[in-house]
Design a protein around this ligand. Structure first.
Ligand code: PLP
Length: 383
């Protein structure tokens, strides 16, 4: 069966050009960058060259880039590596919300604001929540479930006046060249390789020079003492190459994604408009190019089974994800959708479609057809 992959916000396939860049560091140049001999120096050179590259692509200095094991670690490091109170939003990724909870347990003040109805966090809302105890604001650029963008530059503006640091989880948009540290002037920024056709298990945290920062992982002097552990050299090389390609091709990738996203939305409105609600605020707010979130509201008061919805789509060959996390077998309504004001029943039957550079118009059209069939079956079964 032909499989259609519309889950690029979860992960993307490795670009063969990235794999080629990584290959010598997987097979030949295996040395530990901390070793002083030639094999070690070769690896060290690759890491530092990649760092320079990543820094210039993100609008930073090389010393401001810390390689991490991905977005989750970078977010944890940003929140737990700084001091003082934290202000964040209820629609953030779990890798921001969970360390915020840990910070609270350790006695730090943590305030969690509700995003607006589109999912965006306004600078005004941030300003309202800032108090003397808040030292760090952490707001994502694009929400990974619904795609809404928040105005990070404006958030930096209001926070800067209060001498508060700003961290931005830019995992969903950095690969489209939509955010650079120098342009938005953030203090910390998270990026992850596997969201833009790089390898998994590699990311970076940008930490503006001078920002006080404690390592999350102690145990080695790597990354200038800010992240212990032998560097993942092939992944770092692949990450730098993937980011380079992402930015060279960023405009094309963005246009391609937007065209297909719009085709999907138009098609869904025509085919199943009466049965689904499109949550992504297209036309109402700034959004990422690749994400469309829909929910299937209850039918005659009876909720539609969200897990069955995804399984049915998968049986049709269309791979999408829920707006919800499957925790220990239970299908929980998404914290993002509930933060946007959806009730638990509507939020429990959600689908997030996310297109990528390999997605075609045919994929989109087949997805719309599959949706029509699945919803027809499921709504009949619910009635
Ligand atoms: N932040 C956002 C917005 C994400 O979408 C993700 C990935 O799902 C992460 C953080 C975590 O990144 P990683 O998978 O590299 O740990």
């Amino acid at each position: 069966m032909r499989r259609i992959y519309l889950d690029h916000a979860a992960s993307t396939p490795l670009d063969p050009r990235v794999f080629e860049a990584m290959r010598p560091y997987l097979l030949e140049h295996f040395g530990n960058p901390s070793s002083v001999h030639a094999t070690g120096r070769k690896a060290r050179f690759a890491v530092e060259e990649s760092r320079e590259h990543v820094a210039s692509l993100l609008g930073a200095e090389p010393g401001e880039i810390i390689f991490t094991s991905g977005g989750t670690e970078a977010n944890n490091a940003a929140l737990l590596g700084t001091d003082g109170g934290i202000l964040t939003s209820a629609a953030e990724h779990e890798s921001v919300l969970r360390p915020s909870e840990s910070a609270r347990e350790r006695g730090r003040r943590v305030r969690i604001l509700k995003p607006g109805p589109t999912g965006a966090v306004s600078a005004k809302a941030v300003e309202r929540y800032l108090d003397e105890d808040i030292a760090l604001v952490s707001i994502m650029h694009a929400n990974n479930e619904v795609g809404t963008l928040s105005p990070i530059d404006e958030i930096v503006g209001v926070s800067r006046r209060r001498r508060v640091l700003v961290h931005c989880d830019a995992v969903q948009t950095a690969g489209y060249g939509m955010i650079r540290a120098d342009e938005v002037d953030v203090d910390l920024m998270t990026v992850s390789g596997h969201k833009f056709y790089g390898p998994k298990g590699i990311g970076a945290l940008f930490v503006r020079g001078g920002a006080a920062f404690r390592p999350l992982l102690a145990g080695g002097a790597q990354e200038r003492g800010r992240r212990g552990g032998t560097e993942n050299v092939p992944a770092i090389v692949g990450f730098a190459r993937a980011l380079e390609l992402a930015l060279i091709e960023g405009d094309d990738r963005r246009r391609h994604a937007e065209t297909l996203r719009d085709r999907l939305v138009t098609g869904l409105r025509e085919a199943v408009g009466g049965q689904v609600r499109i949550v992504t605020p297209l036309g109402e707010a700034a959004v990422a190019p690749h994400i469309v979130s829909v929910v299937v509201p209850p039918v005659d008061g009876r909720p539609v089974d969200g897990e069955m919805l995804l399984l049915n789509m998968d049986m049709e060959g269309v791979q999408v994800s829920a707006g919800s996390a499957c925790t220990s077998g239970a299908f929980e309504p998404s914290h993002v959708l509930t933060a946007l004001g959806l009730d638990a029943e509507a939020a429990s039957a959600a689908m997030r479609f996310s297109v990528g550079k390999g997605t075609t118009a045919e994929d989109v059209d087949e997805t719309i057809d599959a949706c029509r069939r699945v919803l027809h079956r499921m709504i009949r079964a619910t009635q």
